[in-house]
Design a protein around this ligand. Sequence first.
Ligand code: ARG
Length: 459
Amino acid sequence: MKKLWNGRFKDHAAGWIEEFGASISFDQELVMEDLQGSLAHVEMLKECGIISEDDADQIIGGLKSLKAKAERNELQYDVANEDIHLNIEKMLIETIGPVGGKVHTGRSRNDQVATDMHLYLKKQVEAIINEIEIFQEVLMVKASGHIETIAPGYTHLQRAQPISFAHHLMAYFWMLERDKERYQDSLKRIDLSPLGAGALAGTTFPIDRQMTAEKLGFSDLYQNSLDAVSDRDFIIEFLSNSSILIMHLSRFAEEVILWASQEFQFIELHDSYSTGSSIMPQKKNPDMAELIRGKTGRVYGHLIGMLTILKGLPLAYNKDMQEDKEGMFDTVKTIRTSLKVFTGMIDTMSVNVQRLWDTVKKDFSNATELADYLAAKGIPFREAHEIVGKLVLKCIEEGKFLSDVNLEEFKESCPLIEENIYDVLTPEQAVKRRNSYGGTGFEQIKLQLKQAEKALNKE
Ligand code: ARG
């Protein structure tokens, strides 16, 4: 088959070599962006008088008919035409004749592909931001219903201090808030037009880059044509922002998996977010959470892949850069589906309030309350810590908890302890009294939810 770049060639590559070099199997994902970019380019060529109105109108008509076909999924791609750009140009020429070849006036595939990628990523990042917000709203609603649900808080996965379950959920809200801000900030660098950079050096045609940028909805232009065609750091930034986001999701997933286990039983996942076992009839597995935890690996992999591809590449375009796409597409898909699945999973899970409650009643996570109680009575905290530590050890040896210690025994440990200690030791008091800003105290959580509401409405 005749290539669009065949002039200086005497021979042609075997089909399997062509296939190795081709990207059409995956870059067809960019078809809409490619058509959008070409339309803006041709309109500009027309308005700048670089091609005749008549030629431009024919090309615009051809591109629009291809767009309509693309929307109906009717375009037939050919691997012999290598990539989405050459496939579309070839189809255009087949549709309207040789005048279609004028679409590539003053342009190169190098600025064309970069433009497509910027358009694509801008749209996807905006969608991701929106999906993060939907998840945040679900977290807020869940948290609002569990302000007074007391749960064990952990450090080292050992019971540490009781907390409100809402507080735990809201910790993820704020991680997501920062993830969202990172994506928002990155838009500044994605929202740039490389179009008009040509192959690497600009063009001799009197093009208007500002005009194409405006037509495509970009806020600004790349200032250097070499940089415009060889920059992929906007993709690296996307992959690294996505790596941080999915790391957060993975931590949350791990907790969901623990919470749903027989050992914890803090939550029950809805059947629609769980699977059974083909052999063990009793099983209800948290597959979705496990998968999200697992998918973290591929997102990190794509980040490392992209960093490695660019490392040491001389300016400007190199074919290595064709490897920028699959990781980006896969990351977009992974992040978007993971967010959606997680949102539904949290929305539909039920929280085992009684179990959480029973758990905090039978542990030593109120030991800090006793130490703080003594410190508040003027005993240096370090001494208070020692007194309580000894008492905890005694309780463990006698098989009881601090609330089972009678007043006489308490007074043996420290004569300053009074009857009101029993109230102080209850989990609800332990939570309620942690009223420092950002703490787990009920009043603080209510304030936190207000701040969260503000953060969500700020844009
Ligand atoms: N398919 C190519 C890519 O994705 C498009 C740019 C090709 N440019 C070139 N000079 N071969 O990178």
